[in-house]
Design a protein around this ligand. Structure first.
Ligand code: SAM
Length: 257
């Protein structure tokens, strides 16, 4: 078992508070509307929306190809597990699965659905700190979670991920939204790469959305001590159905140096 001690940020406003095996002790408000976890997610889960429960196929294939437990990637930490879509996949592979998620209500639900690993499903803000000890994790996975934060928070999350990964450990990122996404200029600018309050089918009511181009991704990951070994740009043009959306995102596999 990995150490998953309760963690509290040195800044009490940041309120990353988790109690393994028990209820999260609380979740304070971020210091500003543009830093860290967007509390809109809590509202979405309370309304029972965004409840994806099937594993994301890109994450399944990237894990099998680049970071399977047979190749030594057994201890997995998911950042922003949401409604737990990817949990059954990693459990089926025989991985030791851990997650940190900002929404208290969805963490409570998940602890009921996965009682055997309840103590490994923590509520907290992964941009402020991670409770795992240094170099204790083989694989960090993130499907469209870090990319729902502003630039400073994205940088912080990657630094924390690099700290908990062992040397040679990997980070798989799926659906980091691209500057080529049709919504990348909508809403209100938070910083050069982040928008919020986007009134669209994809991003309505979910707070901050970070849009990356290739140079930005290379710079973010290299600054955190990663080398990107796979980078894919995915564009979906919905010609029939999908409301004509032009969806664009990045998938990547990065290795901790
Ligand atoms: C688009 S959902 C993806 C959920 C899940 N990864 C999946 O693939 O189905 C983004 C998730 O990231 C979580 N999240 C975003 N920023 C976070 C932060 N700073 N700390 C903790 N969780 C965060 C949200 O609460 C939400 O559950």
């Amino acid at each position: 078992m990995l150490a998953t001690a309760p963690v509290r940020s040195s800044n009490p406003d940041h309120g990353i508070v988790s109690s393994p095996g028990g209820e999260p002790a609380g979740h304070a408000t971020s210091p500003s509307a543009t830093a860290g976890f967007s509390h809109e997610w809590e509202e979405r889960y309370r309304e029972s929306t965004h409840l994806s429960i099937w594993p994301w196929s890109d994450l399944v294939s990237l894990t099998h190809r680049h970071a399977s437990p047979k190749a030594g990637f057994r201890r997995v930490l998911e950042l922003g597990c949401g409604a737990g879509a990817n949990i059954p996949f990693y459990l089926a592979l025989g991985c030791e699965y851990h997650a940190i998620e900002g929404s208290l209500s969805i963490v409570r639900t998940l602890r009921g659905s996965f009682p055997d690993i309840a103590s490994q499903l923590l509520c907290g803000d992964f941009t402020f700190a991670l409770p795992q000890t240094d170099a204790s994790i083989d694989l960090v996975v993130d499907r469209a979670s870090i990319t729902h934060n502003d630039t400073l928070s994205v940088k912080a999350a990657l630094r924390h991920a690099a700290r908990v990964l062992r040397p040679g450990g990997k980070f798989i990122g799926v659906d980091w939204f691209s500057t080529e996404h049709e919504d990348s200029q909508r809403g209100t600018a938070v910083d050069a790469h982040t928008r919020r309050d986007i009134d669209s089918r994809n991003f309505g009511g979910v707070g901050q959305v970070h849009f990356s181009d290739e140079a930005h991704l290379l710079s973010l990951f290299s600054a955190a001590g990663f080398e990107i070994e796979v980078l894919q740009h995915k564009v979906h043009d919905h010609r029939i159905g999908g409301h004509g959306a032009h969806f664009a995102s990045w998938n990547l596999v990065a290795v901790k140096g």
